[in-house]
Design a protein around this ligand. Structure first.
Ligand SMILES: [Mn+2]
Length: 323
């Protein structure tokens, strides 16, 4: 991973707006707030824009960085725009990033290189790993324990606690370096994995008992996460990111999915996971107009009813399982 030119760019410039994707996951938050922390600690002007307020679970990690929210990011108010952990500008209304002084830092294999300068490293386990290597290269820069904690959070979440096949020696070395820099590993584990509210545990049990469906000879399992179920257990949709792992861990399911309602009637949002790189879900998602990695991807399906959305999805999954 040649991050030298990226390090130089960050060192030379002074004024940054950092952006990440909608429904940000742990890597999106860790890489974005981690880079913001590092830039700020090293004398730069920096702001972070998020589509929605920072999810509750990440608040203990954000320190004095208060993300800006609103309909669209104030792109004209900053000299350099940094886009982290997303592969296409579509969620920003196809903003003409390449016309701005913009930098893309990402590890998605389908990245569209939509910025003026693109640093896309598909072999990186997490965008946080790229951010760490970049900052670590600048010997005069300080990486504080708070910044190290944010970057380790990104690595831990995108590797599934170092379980997925992106757990490379480089990823583990970055994690070791971050812990040496003072990253608070126990705090991450407690916040992310040992803080499940009882009502969430009850909802998971209900979903598995009542809503789980299978197809393709039991190799594909999914559930439709209905708004009613989520509100019945007083849970926010944005706290349901991890639910897919509760079914991925079940023996025999090779591809798993969650189908969610969206605000638009007749449109469903699908999260997909595979446990086997030989049966990638990235192509399934791309075929349906979405994108992502081999083992984790997502897309939307337009359909009149949930049943018809399910049929569309099963047909695509069938093709990958057959090939
Ligand atoms: Mn990521």
């Amino acid at each position: 991973m040649d991050v030298g030119p990226l390090s130089e760019m960050l060192l030379e410039r002074n004024d940054f707006l950092l952006l990440t994707h909608v429904n940000p996951d742990g890597d999106a938050i860790g890489a974005t707030l981690g880079l913001a922390r590092i830039l700020k600690d090293n004398g730069k002007r920096v702001a972070v824009y998020l589509h929605a307020p920072l999810p509750e679970v990440y608040k203990p990690f954000s320190g004095d960085i208060q993300p800006i929210t609103g309909d669209s990011p104030p792109l004209q108010s900053f000299a350099t725009i940094v886009c982290l952990d997303f592969s296409s500008p579509s969620r920003f209304g196809d903003a003409p990033f390449h016309e701005l002084q913009s930098i893309n830092i990402d590890h998605h294999v389908d990245n569209q290189n939509f910025c003026r300068d693109n640093f896309v490293f598909p072999n990186a386990a997490a965008t946080a790993e790229i951010v760490f290597n970049t900052a670590n290269k600048i010997k005069s820069w300080r990486i504080s324990p708070d910044a190290a904690t944010l970057l380790l959070l990104g690595l831990i979440m995108d590797t599934g606690r170092f379980q997925f096949n992106n757990t490379t020696p480089d990823a583990l070395r970055a994690a070791a370096n971050l812990i040496e820099l003072g990253a608070n590993h126990p705090r991450i584990i407690t916040a992310m994995f040992l803080s499940k509210p009882l009502n969430m545990a009850k909802m998971e049990a209900e979903i598995i008992a009542k809503h789980l469906k299978t197809a393709c000879d039991g190799r594909f399992a999914w559930f439709h996460l209905q708004d009613e179920t989520v509100s019945q257990f007083q849970i926010n949709q944005n706290e349901t990111e991890h639910l897919i792992d509760r079914i991925r861990e079940i023996k025999g399911f090779e591809i798993v999915a969650i189908i969610r309602d969206t605000e638009e009637k007749g449109k469903f949002r699908v999260s997909l996971r595979s446990r086997n790189p030989n049966i990638p879900v990235g192509p399934v998602a791309r075929h349906l107009g979405g994108g992502g990695h081999d083992l984790a991807a997502g897309c939307s399906i337009n359909a009149e009813t949930i049943e018809s959305a399910e049929q569309t999805l099963i047909a695509e999954i069938d093709k990958v399982l057959e090939s």
